[in-house]
Design a protein around this ligand. Structure first.
Ligand SMILES: C[S@@+](CC[C@H](N)C(=O)[O-])C[C@H]1O[C@@H](n2cnc3c(N)ncnc32)[C@H](O)[C@@H]1O
Length: 275
């Protein structure tokens, strides 16, 4: 685990002290989700396919200019990027990708949305986990969008990739697509934007929708947004996994519950019944 700022480090220490393992979870739905996604070490064939693509992208050192429509980068000081640089700093890790793949595999979502396509890797994990998934993904920078479209072709994945600012694209596409079963929010990590997107998306969610917020501890603004999101009464479950924050609609859930969960391997002394 590496930390990009003091807020992340302090937040991680707090999270670590508070977090319990899956052993403490009594909700059958949440238990299964965590066992299948967080604790699952199985290597599916598609992981090798995406790893190969990662290797190819890691060799792409040609420089190009990007337009950053988000909260900015802590790693880059200029608008110049290389594909290998983006891959190293802005794209989800293999472990996070496996989590998304497994989540799509077990929940079998039909319609999905991603804010922040980047090179398309997170979209590939979702689409390859649920082959029936109709995924809509938005990227603000034209050059990055073009690379993602190439990657979708390369992996034979039919995602709907849009180029434009989230605030411009969302109002156009949301009324035209089916209720969303899964949403991955991984761009423009600021307090105001995160709450604004949440409000825009809320009327378009299916009754069992799951929202995955990336980087909830990236900044104090993101953490503040997350703290406000978890009290939204339309979500029965919220799960803090530190890198991801999940909000889940579950009509059948008896009460609203919040979980702070860590992998069992990271808290080996918490193997008991109480997590
Ligand atoms: C962290 S990256 C996404 C990584 C990708 N989900 C993955 O893990 O493979 C965030 C992306 O969102 C895009 N972005 C940020 N703010 C945006 C906005 N307001 N509108 C459109 N795109 C935006 C950035 O250009 C960047 O490529």
């Amino acid at each position: 685990m590496s930390f990009i700022n003091r807020h992340q480090l302090i937040s991680y220490l707090r999270y670590y002290v508070k977090a319990k393992t899956v052993n403490s979870v009594h909700s059958p739905y949440v238990y299964r989700l965590l066992m299948e996604c967080l604790e699952n070490r199985k290597e599916y064939n598609v992981f090798a396919k995406i790893d190969l693509l990662r290797q190819l992208l890691a060799q792409e050192n040609r420089e190009f200019d990007i337009e950053d429509l988000g909260a900015g980068s802590r790693q880059f000081k200029t608008s110049k990027r290389t594909v290998s640089g983006i891959l190293a700093t802005s794209v989800l890790s293999k472990k996070e990708g496996n989590f998304l793949f497994n989540l799509a595999r077990i929940l079998t979502p039909k319609t999905g949305l991603e804010l922040g396509t980047s090179l398309g890797l997170s979209a590939l994990y979702l689409c390859l986990g649920a082959r029936q998934l109709d995924l809509h993904t938005i990227e603000g920078d034209q050059s990055i969008h073009d690379i993602a479209v190439e990657n979708f072709k390369h992996a034979d994945v039919d995602a709907h990739a849009y180029c434009g600012a989230f605030d411009h694209v969302l109002p156009n596409i949301l009324p035209t697509i089916a209720p969303l079963d899964v949403v991955y929010i991984d761009g423009n990590h600021s307090y105001e934007a995160t709450l604004r997107y949440h409000q825009m998306l809320s009327p378009h969610l299916s009754k069992d929708a799951i929202l995955i917020y990336d980087d909830i501890y990236w900044s104090s603004g993101m953490t503040k947004a997350w703290q406000e999101l978890i009290v939204d009464p339309s979500f029965q479950y919220s799960i803090d996994l530190f890198n991801f924050g999940l909000l889940i609609k579950q009509e059948r859930a008896i009460k609203k519950q919040h979980f702070t969960i860590i992998e069992r391997i990271k808290k080996p002394l918490s193997l008991g019944f109480w997590g």
